[in-house]
Write a protein that binds this ligand. Structure first.
Ligand code: KIV
Ligand code: NA
Length: 308
């Protein structure tokens, strides 16, 4: 598969084909993202009706369109308690690993907490490092109208920006936690005004997090650029989830391990991993692993006797 471009994303939005985005934070998780690019195509009848015939219709495009090195990795991969603990250097280390594993998705990384607050120049320098050292294609920035100057500068110099609106986890302290945004008139107006300002500033897409589905759908219909939703309903232009969360690797997302409402677990990898570790320990203790012949290297009698 050819590498996804921003033009491809615009075409998907135009054709009403949902955009797929998933996070990765290291080489194996990037390989999992990449593997979908080579998966069988979905049935043609499920695709949106188009002029192409069933025999030639490409159905849905293969794979993950955008691979996000999200700063959620601070929590899910590094064990920090919030994204504000993650430094730009740490982010760059993860970006380089992901870029080695995923070659056909558009590669996107978060500008970490604090790297773009003091000045537009700081933000430009951080974004340049994500592209130059992190091997990313584009950057994601949390914020509203206040990041318009930075989005404009980066767009001008040719670094594509996805703007992240609605619930912006880097501001969880100011927002008094991870709470849905846009439920009241004033909050909905802020989300909508942010969306328009960021589109006009040149953002190639908007990430919309934890916003009522009817508001996200209404905005998506009126925006030129695609929206990618997480907790924003099915009528955003696309969807994103955190890979470790959707794999069910997490087990301690707070009381009951339930996580946010928008999270769907597509597997229970955590349970499988825990069981495998328990089985390994048990088999080593019992002496049932390793098995002579299966997991061992032979040595001839002659060589062994010679050694003795
Ligand atoms: O950091 C991240 O993984 C994100 C997604 C939750 C959108 O920003
Ligand atoms: Na993020």
């Amino acid at each position: 598969r050819k590498k996804r471009t921003i033009l491809d994303l615009q075409a998907l939005k135009r054709k009403n084909v949902p955009i797929t985005m998933l996070t990765a934070h290291d080489f194996p998780s990037a390989r999992f993202v990449e593997s979908a690019a080579h998966a069988p195509l979905l049935p043609v009848d499920a695709a949106d009706s188009s002029s192409t015939t069933a025999a030639t219709a490409p159905a849905y495009p293969r794979g993950v369109d955008i691979c996000l090195v999200g700063d959620s990795l601070a929590m899910v991969a590094c064990g920090y308690t919030s994204t504000s603990e993650l430094t730009l250097d740490e982010m760059l280390y993860h970006c380089r690993s992901v870029a080695r594993g995923c070659t056909t998705s558009l590669l996107l990384a978060d500008l970490p907490f604090g790297t773009y607050y003091a000045s537009v120049d700081d933000g430009v320098r951080a974004a340049v490092r994500l592209v130059q050292e992190g091997k990313m294609d584009a950057v994601k920035i949390e914020g509203g109208e206040e990041i318009v100057p930075l989005v404009r500068r980066l767009t001008d110099v040719g670094i594509p920006v996805m703007a992240h609106i609605g619930l912006t986890p880097q501001r969880q302290a100011a927002l008094s936690g991870y709470r849905v945004q846009g439920k009241t008139v004033s909050s909905a107006l802020k989300v909508w005004h942010d969306a328009q300002a960021l589109q006009d500033a040149g953002a190639f897409a908007l990430l919309v997090e934890a916003v009522p589905s009817r508001l996200a759908a209404w905005m998506t219909e009126r925006l030129r650029v695609p929206t990618v939703g997480i907790g924003a309903g099915a009528r955003a232009s696309g969807q994103v989830l955190v890979q470790l969360d959707m794999l069910g690797v997490d087990s301690d997302l707070g009381a009951g391990g339930k996580g946010p409402r928008f999270l769907k677990r597509f597997a229970d990898v955590g349970e499988q991993a825990r069981r495998a570790v328990r089985d390994y320990v048990e088999e080593v203790r019992m002496g049932t692993f390793p098995v002579e012949g299966d997991h061992t290297y032979p040595m001839s009698d002659e060589a062994f006797e010679g050694f003795l």
